[in-house]
Write a protein that binds this ligand. Structure first.
Ligand code: URA
Length: 253
């Protein structure tokens, strides 16, 4: 039996696209193994062989994948839904199996991480790490100064007082809000509590990760720089800056 795994399978697993797309990368001579242009049918051992695409080494830890998905409205943030509704995991490759980091409501759109990296997922999701999450929030009419102040200072929900939030008014009832807690349906409940139900909610940033060009339903692998920035945001508390999106892709608004 031949040793190693098929190169296109390894490339697909680290999020470079479907196996078919990865075969095309190989055919286009964009993939090198140990410094030499790889041929279709090549087998590799990802733990031993150096695999590069367009001159950049793939994945920093073999087997772990980190996807950024722009979740469309109407999908459920779960790996499988007993009611048979469309799930976010159906929008990304089946193998390796990944799970969502935190959750967005069915009616909420925007950026969601999916990974098989349990350790990083736990650290991002844990409220003590305070990773910032930024949302675009659309409500029916402009908030008063007093209502904005309440949101910024914290509002009493049935599971406790919310931490101070950043809220910027962009235009009438359209606002940008940044929070670092992860209470269930937190943004919707905060706006409900000041009498302005949310009409549209889009997550536009998770810590240092944003991508205005990733369209609804599209996903991509985090770049190594983004992964490093995310790991350092989790280690030090959240950061805004750091990484430019590596691919073309948009939060439709
Ligand atoms: N806050 C909400 O209300 N819903 C989400 O999906 C995320 C944050």
């Amino acid at each position: 039996m031949e040793e190693g795994e098929r190169l296109q399978k390894v490339l697909a697993r680290v999020g470079l696209g479907s196996r078919r797309t990865c075969e095309d990368l190989i055919a286009e001579e964009r993939v090198k193994v140990n410094g030499e242009i790889a041929e279709l049918g090549r087998r590799v051992d990802p733990e031993v062989d150096l695999v590069e695409v367009d001159g950049a080494p793939i994945g920093i830890r073999p087997g772990l994948v980190h996807y950024l998905l722009n979740k469309p409205v109407g999908t459920v943030t779960t790996a499988s839904d007993p009611q048979g509704r469309p799930t976010v995991t159906q929008l990304v490759p089946v193998e390796p199996r990944v799970f969502p980091v935190g959750r967005l409501d069915m009616d909420t759109e925007g950026l969601l991480l999916l990974t098989n990296d349990g350790e990083l997922a736990n650290r991002i999701a844990h409220p003590s790490h305070g990773v910032e999450k930024e949302y675009l929030v659309q409500v029916g009419s402009a908030l008063s100064r007093a209502e904005l102040r309440q949101l910024r200072e914290g509002v009493e929900l049935d599971d406790g007082l919310t931490a101070p939030a950043k809220v910027a008014v962009l235009d009438g009832g359209l606002m940008r809000m940044v929070i670092h807690e992860g209470k269930n349906r937190q943004v919707r409940r905060m706006f409900d509590s000041v009498g302005h139900p949310v009409e549209r909610l889009i997550r536009t940033r998770i810590g240092p990760i944003s991508d205005r060009r990733l369209g609804p339903g599209q996903w991509r692998e985090l770049s190594s720089a983004e992964l490093r920035a995310l790991e350092s945001a989790v280690a030090t508390g959240s950061k805004r800056s750091g990484v430019k999106p590596s691919s073309s892709a948009s939060v439709d608004r």
